[in-house]
Design a protein around this ligand. Structure first.
Ligand code: ADP
Ligand code: ADP
Ligand code: SF4
Ligand code: SF4
Length: 595
């Protein structure tokens, strides 16, 4: 079977020569596989039954508007939903099991949110026919004799109440007003407000107004509000964004403890969180905005390793060419025994801001070096970075040289740019879009930015905005690159594409990169050295001199009381359960992060 998808935002029949229609071999032979149609406002429609999937229209379209994918015939029986004619298609749904946390792992644009909407009853599936107006009774007929029947029967007979924590928390701060404790008191249908407050460590912002909350605090508020509602089905869409490592584990613990005996489903891109939180994993693979296919359920460890390997053994499907590997460094390590030139130095620095004081030890970074920055939220990482880039003046201390050329991606991105993605990118570098360059092939295309060049920056999703800012920051020629949380809203594959590009560009341009991020696996992958921040969040922070990755991780993890081991097969870092045998053993040896 095949899926033919036309992106009607890109398709411009008045600006092309209708190449897709003119060159189609089926059309030329007198039959019809593609034609203009009034149902899509005079744009083309592809008839999947007659199309032979030759891909000529895909190559000929000057606006890259068409995707044709040939899929195994057995996918056909799993069609669940299609929003529009020649639009994205979803195959399969994960099986929810009462009393288990089901994790969904997959790339952006592959249908994860669509799945949550269908399982939550917000969207009635149409089984691939966007013109069909199906009622719940029709859906039940389709699921008769299948594992999902019971679930949908209970859902549609209103025997299941669903709560759903949405993905983009920024939207909430626009309409939610009031003080945290008042908001939560109103939704506390389970009488568990004190338990949730303590599980998620919400003391420090309990009396704050929503408008002053940081991203991490807002995330915890939404997770708390979801957990306090009395429901049968709990859905969490990316609960780890903006949280630091310790908070992620606390949120994971909170979700596990308060959803016992419930149906729970979690979408997230942080493998460490997924590993800790889920009982079973469904992988969703496919092509962004074209199709998504849900795998069978796997145990969490096996599921994550299958995902990294890009291969599903039970289904015998290889869904990615390359494996994602850990402990395999991108590019060779810098040889610190050689005299590599210093690129930047800083003296001891201090800064006092209202209730918060920051002290930084002296340090330096050499040509080509990626310095990772780790620490809890509210400990001064962003403040240090803003001192480095000259946005905040320290009370004491200096950066040498003071006017180093800079390219900076801040933490929170505001889509206030009036113009298209292409204009935004070309502002950073004129030849960024030259199709033969390494940057275009390895960064722009692999992040799928080439397909949204004509979109307005103001209309982008959180993930698209993040990719755009990261790419344009990298495209700019500079001696100092600073990335504050580049992984937010990116899927696992996108994180590794970005990480590889950061390292390669830093090395090639003999620049220095500072990267603040809570994804420890990412630091593991590209950071040459680490700056660790310790202290009391919101009160005082101390940034230590750069140290080796191993030493830095140990210092940081000791402070927050977590230990990590390595997965024997994939080499990925895994959190040990508190007080487990390995946790105690590693703590005794002082080995909080096993390398
Ligand atoms: P994910 O959560 O994995 O990022 P989504 O489920 O949000 O993916 O979306 C999958 C694809 O479905 C998107 O790429 C988009 O093209 C399409 N899509 C999502 N919502 C709609 C909609 N309301 N109308 C048309 N297409 C949609
Ligand atoms: P991190 O990046 O580690 O999360 P930040 O550097 O953003 O931490 O913030 C550290 C502390 O400084 C927080 O308590 C924050 O509220 C406070 N802070 C940040 N910017 C300002 C400011 N402009 N004025 C007053 N306090 C600030
Ligand atoms: Fe033109 Fe491409 Fe649209 Fe066909 S799909 S009408 S070639 S823009
Ligand atoms: Fe025609 Fe080939 Fe395109 Fe199908 S894939 S519409 S057969 S050109």
């Amino acid at each position: 079977m095949r899926v033919a998808v036309i992106n009607y935002d890109f398709c411009k029949p008045d600006k092309c020569n209708l190449e897709c229609i003119r060159f189609c071999p089926i059309n030329r032979s007198g039959s019809k596989a593609i034609e203009l149609s009034e149902t899509v406002k005079g744009k083309p429609i592809i008839y999947e039954e007659t199309c032979i999937g030759c891909g000529i229209c895909v190559k000929k379209c000057p606006f890259d508007a068409i995707d044709i994918v040939n899929l195994p015939d057995q996918f056909g029986s799993d069609i669940i939903h299609r929003y529009t004619i020649n639009g994205f298609e979803l195959f399969g749904l994960p099986i929810l099991k009462q009393g288990n946390v089901i994790g969904i792992l997959g790339k952006n644009g592959s249908g994860k949110t669509t799945i949550l909407k269908i399982l939550g009853g917000e969207l009635i599936p149409n089984f691939g026919d966007p013109t069909a107006k199906l009622e719940p009774v029709n859906v039940l007929e389709r699921f008769k004799g299948k594992e999902l029947y019971d679930y949908f029967y209970k859902l549609y007979s209103r025997k299941l109440k669903v709560v759903h924590k949405i993905q983009y928390i920024e939207y909430v701060s626009r309409y939610l007003k009031g003080i945290v404790k008042d908001i939560l008191s109103k939704v506390d249908e389970r009488g568990k407000i004190d338990e949730v407050k303590s599980l998620l460590f919400m003391d420090s912002f309990w009396d704050k107004s929503v408008q002053y909350l940081s991203g991490g605090e807002l995330q915890k508020l939404l997770v708390a509000a979801t957990l306090l509602r009395e429901a049968d089905v709990y859905e969490f869409d990316e609960p780890s964004s903006y949280l630091d490592v310790k908070e992620r584990i606390n949120v994971a613990k909170g979700i596990r403890e308060l959803t016992r005996n419930k149906y729970t489903v979690v979408v997230d891109h942080d493998l460490i969180v997924m590993d800790y939180l889920a009982d079973l994993i469904s992988i969703i693979f496919g092509e962004s905005s074209v199709y998504g296919k849900v795998s069978k359920l796997y145990s969490t460890r096996v599921g994550i390793n299958n995902f990294l390997n890009g291969y599903l053994p039970v289904e015998n499907i290889k869904f990615r060419q390359d494996e994602i590997k850990f402990l395999l460094k991108e590019l060779t390590d810098l040889d610190f025994s050689k005299n590599i030139k210093l690129r930047i130095q800083w003296s001891k620095i201090s800064k006092k801001m209202e209730d918060f004081s920051l002290d930084i030890d002296e340090g330096d970074a050499r040509e080509g070096e990626v310095i990772g920055i780790v620490g809890q939220n509210g400990i001064g990482k962003t403040t240090f970075v803003r001192i480095l880039v000259g946005e905040i003046k320290p009370d004491f201390g200096e950066i040498i040289p003071p006017n180093i050329s800079l390219s900076y991606k801040p933490q929170r991105l505001v889509p206030d740019y009036n113009g298209t993605v292409q204009q935004f990118l070309e502002n950073s570098s004129k030849d960024i879009l030259s199709s033969s360059s390494w940057f275009f092939v390895e960064v722009i295309k692999r992040l799928n930015l080439h397909r949204i060049l004509e979109s307005n920056v103001k209309d982008l999703s959180g993930g698209e905005l993040q990719k755009l800012y990261v790419a344009s920051t990298l495209a700019k020629q500079a001696d100092l690159y600073v990335f504050d949380e580049p992984s937010s809203y990116l899927d696992v594959e996108e994180r590794y594409i970005v990480a590889k590009a950061i390292k390669r560009i830093t090395r090639e341009r003999k620049a220095v990169t500072f990267m603040v991020d809570h994804d420890l696996a990412l630091h593991d992958y590209i950071s040459d050295r680490l700056i660790v921040f310790l202290g009391k969040p919101g009160k005082e922070g101390h940034g230590y001199s750069p140290t080796s990755l191993r030493k830095g991780m140990n210092i940081f993890l000791k402070e927050i009381g977590l230990t990590f081991r390595r997965d024997a097969d994939s080499g990925r870092p895994r959190v040990n359960k508190l007080d487990s045998y390995l946790d105690r053993l590693q703590k005794d040896k002082g080995e909080y992060y096993s390398m």
